[in-house]
Design a protein around this ligand. Structure first.
Ligand code: ZN
Length: 392
């Protein structure tokens, strides 16, 4: 049995250049005394940012707390299946876009990380040996690119732009739309001669409003504002562009090329930090590894939004992986909750009170989070606002 039913969390804040200086501070009261670009808050045990728990006015690492009694903390099923906390929850505030990226499948991450440990991959592409399926839940309107468009849309967009070195690849994609021609097009684009690439980008930016619809042009111009001359400026032409409204969510399978462009969101993923980049970044691009990890199939725009299962006060967003489950609660009083695995809850609006049947109570304000051990069992939630619950 665990020592406590609810452990308030103290979480690592990640300052990355694309982060917002104001959003996490204003909305979630995350202190920002040095006016840093606050990009992410990490809730979990990933070595790159382990959360601390508060217990009897002292702090200790969540990873250590879990290790101290895995059966009580994680529950039997999570111990057997994963051996540790399998997910990572984040708050994310993008002022400018995150890199255009893909996450590996599990087997690719295991092989890649192992190669690296043996010293044959330097600089490294992998930070751990895990896959990284991810769910993003919008807190504010959230601009994102997710998955390849249908081949005929890609063909139309690039024919309007006319880039000579791409003509053959585009003709092939038009004639035989399949994974092979999609990959051929992508690799040719990524390897465009520098002068031709820059000419095409110039034309893309100056003529976007005339060549493309308003939404597509808005994506191109926003990206250009932060990443002029970057190969990623072509991404809106071949990836689905969408703006999630607050409360909408999407799921990204490993292998899906994507980029988050602007907005505040909650993100939950398998506990991994493996990212292979394709653009919108000053960082190195390893084209071979990127192509090996990318699935060159279209993702249909109408399938992007998740459809939650909604009941009284609760929305459950079903995901096709075992690493995590994700629920949102809104405005409930003494709502019964049963915990049977390691859970993290995070208040994203208003305030919450968690009460255990044994009498223990904690109150959480907006932006505050808590770890709940599997052994906690039954408790009730009183909430004025919105709360995310992640569990196994
Ligand atoms: Zn991602």
């Amino acid at each position: 049995m665990s020592k406590s039913c609810f452990y308030p969390l103290v979480n690592a804040v990640k300052n990355y250049p694309w982060g917002s200086r104001t959003a996490l501070n204003q909305r979630f009261h995350i202190p920002n005394p040095d006016d840093q670009p606050q990009a992410e808050v990490w809730m979990g045990i990933h070595p790159a940012g382990v959360s601390q728990v508060i217990f009897q006015d002292k702090t200790c690492s969540l990873a250590e707390l879990i290790t101290s009694d895995k059966n009580a903390m994680l529950g039997k099923r999570m111990v057997e299946q994963f051996g540790d906390l399998p997910y990572l929850l984040k708050l994310l505030a993008a002022e400018s876009a995150l890199s255009l990226q893909v996450h590996p499948q599990k087997a690719q991450a295991q092989a890649g990380f192992q190669r690296q440990q043996q010293g044959s991959n330097n600089p490294p592409d992998y930070n751990d040996d895990n896959h990284k399926p991810e769910l993003v839940y919008a807190v504010t309107p959230f601009m994102a690119m997710n998955g390849f468009r249908k081949p005929d849309e890609i063909v139309t967009h690039f024919r309007r732009l006319t880039v000579r070195s791409l003509d053959d690849a585009i003709d092939q994609l038009a004639l035989h739309p399949c994974a092979e021609t999609m990959q051929g097009f992508f690799v040719t684009l990524m390897q465009l001669p520098e002068d031709e690439k820059q000419q095409a980008i110039e034309r893309l930016v100056s003529e976007a409003p005339a060549l493309y619809d308003e939404n597509l042009a808005a994506f191109i111009l926003r990206l250009n504002h932060y990443y002029p001359h970057d190969i990623g400026l072509f991404a809106p032409l071949f990836l689905n562009c969408l703006t999630l409204q607050p409360g909408e969510a999407m799921f990204l399978s490993p292998g899906t090329l994507h980029a988050y462009v602007q907005g505040v969101a909650v993100e939950v993923m398998a506990s991994s930090d493996n990212v292979l980049r394709a653009g919108l970044t000053p960082k190195r691009i390893n084209l071979t590894e990127l192509v090996a990890c990318t699935v060159f199939e279209p993702v249909y725009q109408e399938t992007l939004l998740m459809i939650p299962e909604s009941g009284h006060g609760k929305h459950h967003y079903p995901v096709p992986v075992a690493d995590f489950c994700f629920d949102i609660y809104t405005d409930v009083t003494h709502f019964p909750v049963h915990t049977a695995s390691a859970e993290i809850v995070l208040v994203i609006e208003g305030r919450a009170s968690l009460q255990h049947s044994g009498g223990e109570v904690i109150d959480l304000n907006c932006g505050q989070s808590a770890f709940i051990p599997a052994s906690t069992g039954d408790w009730t939630l009183t909430l004025s606002g919105r709360l995310c619950r992640v569990y196994g």
